[in-house]
Design a protein around this ligand. Structure first.
Ligand code: HEC
Length: 285
């Protein structure tokens, strides 16, 4: 199984090959309809074959990658469905293109390439949701675009520490930055989504992700304070960990009852933690 997982991860590398070939096919089939570029059509059967082979390899690797788990959400299902249909259709058109009937289907190849490009875009959209979370692209978008994507208004930068919200301005952004690639709405490793307060408090499979008031009983705190070499250390897979200062802030936040909707002024923040928070939100310079 280890070896299947190993190969499966190449899905995210190899998938760019069929996409590139399909883009090239759209251009080639479009041009080849003009008298002047007619000669380009000679390359078409080869390119279609390459598209089909690379799409099939990508889908095969995709299923291997899926076996690793953690992709069970709706985006995973859609991504698999569209990707499989895309590879099947590409193969069908390629078979037609290299067959002896190719000339009678000539007008079909350009529209077919467009349809496949659209399918590739849809598949890529769901795949992107899996790896980055569905709000990834809209994250830094201008406000109106964020609203269309269903994202809450961006938090204004903290200018006055006393008014900062300990979750929305401090702890939440750390978790999004360091953890959300594996723990988001669409890709929930161990059932855990760390991109909102509600989801964090709902917790993961093991439960007790955050036990308000009790850092040492909180699975989340336990995971980020293990030795980095421990298999259960978070973030997993050698991803950039939280800094010691961030861990200290999280410890304080959980001990303070995991508040949200309060301001720092209303909470009892020890001076050392306050200094760390000040640096964390960029008020130090
Ligand atoms: C590279 C992917 C990845 C990243 C990044 C990541 N995790 Fe995880 N996380 C996992 C996987 C896989 C599991 C399930 C395996 C396990 O429990 O160790 C998991 C499990 C967990 C669990 C246990 C949930 C439960 O209920 O069993 C917690 C808590 C957790 N992660 C917290 C975090 C935090 C906090 C961060 C950011 C500092 C983070 N993770 C970043 C992959 C990741």
């Amino acid at each position: 199984m280890e070896f299947i997982y190993f190969l499966g991860r190449f899905h995210v590398v190899v998938l760019h090959v069929p996409i590139g070939i399909i883009v090239a096919l759209v251009g080639l089939e479009w041009a080849a309809r003009k008298e002047k570029y007619r000669s380009l059509a000679a390359a078409s059967p080869y390119l279609w074959s390459a598209a089909a082979v690379s799409a099939l390899v990508t889908v095969l690797l995709g299923y291997m990658h899926f076996a690793e788990g953690g992709f069970e959400g709706p985006s995973g299902t859609q991504h698999r469905l569209f990707g499989t249909v895309l590879a099947a259709l590409t193969t069908l058109v390629a078979l037609l293109r290299v067959s002896k009937f190719a000339s009678s289907y000539e007008p079909l190849f350009f529209p077919a390439s467009i349809v496949l490009l659209l399918l590739a875009a849809i598949t890529g959209h769901f795949g992107g949701n899996l790896t980055h979370g569905s709000s990834y692209l809209a994250e830094h978008a201008p406000q109106p675009l964020r609203a269309i994507a269903g994202l809450p208004p961006r938090r204004p930068k903290v200018t006055n520490l006393a008014e900062a919200d300990p979750f929305l301005d401090v702890v939440g952004p750390m978790l999004v930055q360091r953890c959300s690639s594996c723990h988001n709405r669409d890709k929930r490793q161990a059932g855990l989504d760390l991109t909102s307060y509600e989801a964090l408090m709902r917790g993961g499979e093991t439960g007790g992700t955050v036990v308000a008031g009790r850092p040492t009983q909180s699975e989340l705190y336990y995971r980020i304070t293990l030795p980095p070499s421990d298999d259960a250390f978070m973030p997993a897979e050698g991803k950039t960990p939280l800094t010691a200062d961030q861990v200290r802030i999280i410890e304080w936040w959980i001990a303070a009852g995991a508040p949200r909707g309060a301001t720092l002024a209303e909470l009892d923040v020890p001076p050392d933690v306050e200094a760390l928070i000040r640096a964390e939100v960029g008020l130090d310079s």
